[in-house]
Design a protein. Structure first.
Length: 155
């Protein structure tokens, strides 16, 4: 850490707590920040360059102590997925593959999209609900339909 970038005792405690589970809100609470404003405080603290640098230092120390790096874990997850699948333990194989996918952030956009689509439409089957859903779909598809219509009219 650069000179002049001194952390308060509470910020240091936050850094230590954060490296335990990488959850900024829980780390803020455990470090003594008010529970009522933990989310706001955590966001502010984590953006502090001195805090971020200290967390990086602590994580590097932790990696040296445990001698485990991300690549080691990823290789082990691949081996576990392959072996458990061969043995017919599909639940363990799927869990390993899920963790590998999370590491690659494969599901992030899909989950956000699904959530947006699910919330955009009515849940009922009445004529009013269906008509409202059709109108919403038309609004969503309208820009794409115009492109298709223009292409078809050219031929």
């Amino acid at each position: 850490m650069a000179k002049g970038d001194k952390l308060t005792a509470q910020q240091e405690q936050f850094c230590l707590e954060f490296t335990k589970d990488l959850n900024a809100v829980r780390a803020a609470i455990r470090a003594g920040y008010g529970e009522q404003h933990a989310k706001k405080n955590a966001w502010t603290i984590i953006r502090n360059p001195a805090v971020a640098e200290r967390i990086s230092e602590l994580k590097a120390d932790q990696t040296k102590r445990t001698k485990i790096e991300a690549d080691d874990i990823l290789r082990r997850l691949v081996r576990i997925a392959e072996k458990t699948e061969q043995e017919g333990d599909y639940q363990a194989a799927i869990r390993s593959l899920e963790l590998l996918g999370k590491h690659q952030a494969m599901w992030t956009d899909k989950n956000i999209t699904e959530m947006e689509v699910k919330n955009a439409f009515a849940t009922g089957n009445s004529e009013v609900d269906i008509q409202r859903d059709v109108e919403r779909l038309k609004k969503i598809a309208a820009p794409h339909l115009k492109l298709v219509a223009k292409k078809e009219s050219v031929h």
